[in-house]
Design a protein around this ligand. Structure first.
Ligand SMILES: [Cu+2]
Length: 254
């Protein structure tokens, strides 16, 4: 049975691990999260294989003979089996939890000079506030510098939304009344899409914004050219939001 379980685990992992489930990666977190997913696939394959092998073994081994109409034997527990089916899942879940925790700690490790960008979400649009110029503000288009850690401070103006750029792998809820933080270091220049991934109303499916990752000099030029300022009610939202991020973050200069 153990041999069959191992063979099935290896076959399923060999089919599923090479698939690029998350698509292109464009942040320092992406390869770490993709590796985490691969490890979870292997663990899940093992659990699935174990259950299937035991199921089919039982079907074959304990099949009733033709004409046998008698009741099954009553079963009064099996200590060894019960210890095994408690211990194995406990070890797997603790390992998965510990490993995920370590990855999250690693990808959220603050660097020396992060930049802070405010994210405002509302039905059904995104807008952004930048440091470096007095409350510079853009709607529907987010620019960030390449290879520099960005701390996105999330402010929901009405209902819950969720910030997701698939290439960065990070997803974070925007919740009215509190300020949540997503930490990302984009490491590939290009244009991406910010997608709302929390069903927030009728226009949810269209709640997207363009994300441009560009070298620092171009980013500074772009922010300097912004004419609009963060609207006063939005500044009030920032002031009133309860900070949930334990890491003290100053307004990083551009
Ligand atoms: Cu939405």
């Amino acid at each position: 049975m153990l041999a069959a379980t191992i063979v099935l685990t290896v076959v399923m992992s060999a089919v599923m691990v090479p698939i690029n489930w998350n698509g292109q990666g464009a942040s320092t977190a992406a390869p770490k999260i993709d590796t985490l997913l691969d490890v979870m696939i292997i663990l899940s394959s093992f659990v699935f294989a174990l259950v299937m092998v035991m199921l089919f073994y039982a079907l074959w081994k304990f099949k009733a003979k033709p004409g046998d109409e008698s009741d099954g034997e009553p079963i009064h527990g099996n200590t060894r089996l019960e210890v095994a089916w408690t211990l194995i899942p406990t070890v797997i879940v603790l390992f998965a939890g510990g490993y995920s925790w370590a990855v999250l700690n690693n990808i959220e490790e603050p660097t020396d000079n992060p930049i802070t960008v405010d994210v405002f979400s509302q039905q059904f649009a995104w807008s952004f506030g930048y440091p470096g110029k007095d409350n510079a503000y853009s709607e529907g288009e987010l620019h960030v510098p390449l290879d520099r850690q960005v701390h996105f401070k999330m402010h929901a103006l009405d209902v819950i939304h969720s910030f997701w750029v698939p290439e960065w792998r990070i997803k974070k809820d925007n919740v009215p009344g509190i300020t949540t933080t997503a930490i990302v270091t984009p490491d590939k220049p290009g244009t991406y899409q910010l997608i709302c991934t929390e069903l927030c109303g009728f226009g949810h499916a269209a709640m997207r914004a363009t994300v441009v990752v560009e070298p620092a000099a171009e980013f500074r030029k772009w922010v300097a050219g912004l004419e609009e300022k963060i609207p006063p009610p939005y500044l009030e939202t920032i002031r009133q939001g309860t900070e949930t991020d334990p890491i003290p973050v100053g307004a990083g200069g551009a």
